[in-house]
Design a protein around this ligand. Structure first.
Ligand SMILES: Nc1ncnc2c1ncn2[C@@H]1O[C@H](COP(=O)(O)OP(=O)(O)OP(=O)(O)O)[C@@H](O)[C@H]1O
Ligand SMILES: [Mg+2]
Length: 580
């Protein structure tokens, strides 16, 4: 019922949980003293033995205890707050660093929607579990024993009856837990599923509208939400029912205790003040357990949520390489590389051999689905599990340290991610230390400076996905950011797809400059062959194999597939150009 692993992870949190128990226990002692004062006062008054001095002392002690109790309550709330803050911070930290360790291929293991839910609601669920449930669990064991140790000196029989009835509540909890486990499993599966669908539909809203499929999507969502509503109701009614049963046990236990007290008193086994004390404290035996019962359900949610989080934290991480890249060489060499996305799936790459010497530019061309992006993804270690050998700077790709590899490679694809925020913030991702002057000069290289100036320049606030820029501007901004990173290797995967000719020309000019003038190692993937003409080598891919390779001149002389494709594209383009 207690997650020891969670406790183990939370060093300062553990301290606060312990403090919670201490403050609660001291609160109970204060309560006992208050009840003692009331019992003495009442019984003395009944027998006309109460002196003014005694009355003042009892009132004084009781008031002091009430005050102390208030202070302990307050300290308890504070400790509980700190404990839950700690658990949330630590868990979010752990999830985040796990994501970083999983690296750029994290989506293979878990969907983005699940991460969002885990980091938000999932961690939030731990608040009550860690901030209240765990300390209550310990306190609910200590409190009845404390009360017993205090009361048994007055009347053993009544004290034993009260103590023995307390464990009935945990028995109820255990029975409920059996049902609750299965129900909560189902609940969370539906909950996470709903999150996945919701995020996907939200992302694809425009597409759904265009194809008028939003009606159908709405119906699907409706159905899933209805399922979620049903399971939520089931969980709630289970919780409510078990609360009722626990209430019955708690108050019946107190009633039996009171009955025994009264009969003991009637038999003359107890004095009046003792009987009053028993009457006033009998419910206290059960209240902590009863409260544990209510926390239990929320705690159960927390435990389930933490199971999910631990499942995620336990995902086997790709072995982190230790080797660092050496500044002297960034040669990329593929030797006999074969790759399939799934273990027994079709081979997407088949015996690929090529070599990109430092400072050279090679291009990869080929029809859609021939494996170009797969090669780019493998170099960035987005996809793992290839056969053959790949080395970067003479070092086996698998053994290179993640940070070292990521800082050496910059990849720009056709849909570079623009974050909501200013132009400056987006550019600083490339290099957080750049001055405004540097940022502006990067914009200038991409012909963006003048275009953005009227909008506010570096301070222009970009909306989600950079949707308040044109496609060409977006892509040029992504390139400006990539330039600022100034890494030795650049990979461009269709970086000029679907954008205006002017933007494409600007971008291509910069890409060519990168290897020719600045000595960067460049891999360019493009469906437009006019872009690859000046490459040091061109690889023509077909169904995961290299069909032809060589310089543009060599390939044209060969008059094979490349030459044919080039001529077709050339004709189309000059024809379209002639029309203008
Ligand atoms: N994540 C993936 N899981 C499984 N199969 C994939 C995955 N990504 C790509 N594939 C498959 O691998 C093959 C090669 O895809 P790849 O993206 O490398 O092609 P490409 O040459 O870049 O095509 P395009 O010019 O359309 O971008 C395709 O048949 C594709 O279906
Ligand atoms: Mg591709």
């Amino acid at each position: 019922m207690i997650k020891t692993r969670l406790l183990g992870m939370l060093k300062s949190g553990r301290k606060y949980v312990l403090l919670e128990v201490v403050w609660q226990w001291l609160g109970l002692i204060a309560q006992i003293i208050i009840v003692g004062c009331i019992a003495r006062t009442l019984s003395k008054a009944y027998f006309h033995k109460l002196t003014m001095k005694q009355l003042l002392v009892y009132i004084g002690v009781a008031l002091f205890s009430v005050f102390a109790r208030m202070v302990f309550d307050r300290l308890y709330t504070e400790a509980s707050f700190k404990a839950s803050v700690d658990v949330k911070n630590v868990m979010r930290d752990q999830i985040y660093s796990k994501l970083l360790r999983l690296g750029s291929g994290y989506r293979k293991y878990v969907s983005s929607a699940q991460i969002t839910q885990m980091m938000g609601e999932g961690v939030e669920q731990l608040e009550v579990y860690f901030g209240k449930y765990i300390s209550q669990f310990v306190y609910a064991l200590i409190a009845p024993v404390t009360l017993f140790l205090f009361l048994f000196q007055y009347n053993l029989k009544a004290a034993i009856v009260l103590l023995v009835a307390v464990p009935l509540i945990p028995v109820v909890i255990m029975i409920v837990m059996k049902v609750a486990r299965k129900l909560l499993d189902k609940y969370f599966t539906i909950y996470y599923g709903l999150g996945d669908t919701f995020l996907e539909k939200l992302h694809g809203m425009t597409t759904l509208k265009i194809y008028q499929a939003d009606e159908k999507a709405l119906e699907d969502m409706d159905e899933e939400s209805e399922n979620f509503r049903r399971i939520t109701m089931k969980v709630l009614s289970m919780q409510l029912n078990s609360t009722i049963v626990m209430d019955i046990v708690a108050y019946a236990g107190a009633a039996v205790g009171i009955a025994v007290t009264l009969s003991q008193f009637a038999l003359g086994e107890m004095k009046l003040d003792e009987a009053i004390m028993f009457l006033l404290l009998s419910a206290e035996f059960f209240l902590p357990m009863r409260l544990l019962g209510s926390y239990f359900h929320i705690g159960m949610n927390g435990m389930k949520a933490s199971d999910k989080i631990f499942d995620f934290l336990d995902i086997k991480e790709p072995k982190a390489g230790k080797e660092k890249l050496d500044k002297s060489s960034y040669d990329i060499v593929f030797k006999n590389v074969t790759f399939a996305y799934e273990k027994k799936g079709p081979k997407i790459l088949n015996g690929i051999n090529f070599n990109v010497p430092t400072g050279k530019m090679i291009s990869i061309v080929g029809v859609s689905g021939s494996g170009k992006s797969t090669i780019a993804g493998i170099i960035r270690r987005q996809f793992k599990g290839y056969e053959g050998t790949i080395t970067v700077g003479g070092k086996e790709l698998k053994s290179i340290n993640e940070a070292s590899l990521m800082s050496a490679i910059t990849a720009v694809s056709y849909n570079s991610f623009i974050f909501p925020g200013t132009v400056r913030e987006n550019l600083l991702l490339g290099n957080p230390k750049s001055s405004d002057k540097k940022l502006n000069s990067a914009l200038n290289i991409m012909n963006l400076l003048e275009e953005l100036q009227p909008l506010g320049g570096l301070d222009y606030a970009l909306t989600e996905g950079g949707s308040n820029l044109s496609g060409g501007q977006r892509q040029r901004l992504a390139l400006a950011r990539a330039l600022l990173k100034n890494s030795p290797i650049y990979i461009f995967d269709e970086a000029t797809s679907n954008i205006d000719v002017e933007s494409e020309e600007i971008i291509m000019k910069v890409i060519r400059k990168l290897s020719k003038d600045i000595g960067k190692t460049v891999i360019l993937i493009s469906h437009r062959l006019a872009n690859v003409v000046s490459s040091n080598e061109i690889l023509m891919l077909e169904q995961g194999s290299i069909l032809e390779h060589g310089t543009h001149k060599q390939l044209m002389e060969k008059n094979g597939s490349y030459a044919k494709l080039f001529m077709v594209q050339h004709k189309l383009e000059t024809y379209a150009g002639g029309e203008k």
